[in-house]
Design a protein around this ligand. Structure first.
Ligand code: SAH
Ligand code: SF4
Length: 348
């Protein structure tokens, strides 16, 4: 076995058990203890895992990579939102954002460095895809952030895969990471509390529903193919009809619904007629509409819709009986909002 070749947070609970019990010949309870240090006590220094024998700890240090990402910077907004710029072994950087609310705390997790999909209103889309994140890099955003916020008496209860990247274009790593995050003897964040956001990779979307059972948020942004082709170029591959079919096949548990994300762009997709078309498009699918005020970034050709336009749009969609919320702007002073992640740093 190579030195430092093992990344503990890339292993499922079963794989960790196999490593510790079958390969290293330790007792099964050792694997349980280690899992609990990693995901319940959120300890990232092997030296601090005090109920493990010295010998076992020495072995872990010898063969495992360090457990925590490196913090390049941390910014806290006036509203309590925290944005971390984290880097991993090869120095690539991603952002993770914590959004505290009264009754919960949500972590916005990245799945890729950059994105291959180039939606023109999204700042991440202007950065080419550098690489996929690994399972451990996704998991460690959660363990790291949860240990940070819990040490300040705050809670991390919800996960949204809405940071940088298209999670369904890194599906294997995302799937494994989500399974680790779901594990009831570890982080234990339930399927109701995890939302995967996708630009609409239809076949993978339905598969994710069956594999993981988490909530899905679909970035719709227009129900006119010619407009969506431009805003979300993957629409040329999976058009609105295909997307609607995929959404109607998404396995929804209980009374859950699909969240549709709709970024409000001035003069592009925000007319009363767009709102009425949206209602028609969603007919028959259990849906919730999330209107996102556009976050402008330097160089973007798009402008945010006025508050009045957004409200008018919300009224039309809401009056049809669909739950329609305007997403609150959080962390504006630290550029922590959707589509702004890592852009600031890249400019300098
Ligand atoms: N790639 C996935 C998840 C990451 S983007 C997806 O596209 O769904 C998360 C959400 O932020 C998407 O709904 C995206 O359309 C939205 N978004 C991107 N840039 C934005 C911006 N500048 N202002 C508001 N929302 C934006
Ligand atoms: Fe990628 Fe999502 Fe941004 Fe589109 S909106 S470029 S899919 S991160």
């Amino acid at each position: 076995m190579n030195n430092k070749s093992i990344r503990l947070t890339s292993l499922s609970r079963e794989e960790l058990e196999t490593l510790i019990v079958d390969e290293w010949g330790e007792k099964p309870f050792r694997a349980k203890q280690l899992w609990s240090w990693l995901y319940v006590k959120l300890v990232s220094e092997v030296g601090d895992m005090t109920d493990l024998s010295k010998l076992f700890r020495a072995k872990l240090v010898e063969v495992c990579q360090p457990l925590a990402p490196k913090v390049e910077s941390q910014q806290t907004s006036k509203d309590g939102t925290i944005k971390w710029l984290l880097s991993f072994v090869d120095g690539q950087q991603i952002e993770t954002v914590y959004i505290p609310e009264e009754d919960r705390g949500t972590l916005c997790v990245s799945s890729q460095v950059g994105c291959s999909l180039a939606c023109p209103f999204c700042n991440t889309g202007t950065q080419k895809l550098v690489r996929n994140l690994t399972t451990s890099e996704i998991v460690e955003q959660v363990t790291f952030a949860r240990s940070q916020v819990e040490s300040q008496g705050q809670r991390l209860t919800n996960i949204v895969l809405m940071g940088m990247g298209e999670p369904l274009y890194n599906y294997d790593a995302v799937k494994k990471a989500v399974k680790i995050i779901l594990d009831s003897s570890g982080l234990a964040i339930g399927t109701r509390k995890i939302t995967l956001s996708t630009s609409g990779i239809v076949p993978k979307m339905v598969q994710a529903g069956y594999d993981l059972g988490v909530n899905i948020a679909i970035s719709l942004h227009s129900v006119r193919d010619e407009v969506r082709d431009e805003l979300v170029p993957i629409n040329k591959k999976y058009n609105l009809a295909a997307l609607r079919k995929g959404a109607s096949e998404y396995p929804l548990k209980g009374n859950r619904s699909i969240t549709w994300e709709y970024v409000m762009l001035d003069g592009v997709n925000d007319s009363p007629d767009d709102a009425r078309e949206l209602v028609k498009y969603l007919k028959g699918i259990p849906s919730k509409v999330n209107l996102i005020p556009f976050n402008p970034w330097p160089g973007t050709p798009y402008k945010p819709s006025s508050a009045k336009k957004i409200e008018q749009f919300q009224n039309i969609v809401g009056n049809s009986g669909l739950v329609t919320v305007i997403r609150e702007r959080r962390g504006e002073d630290i550029q922590a909002a959707c589509g702004q992640l890592k852009g600031e740093r890249d400019k300098s």
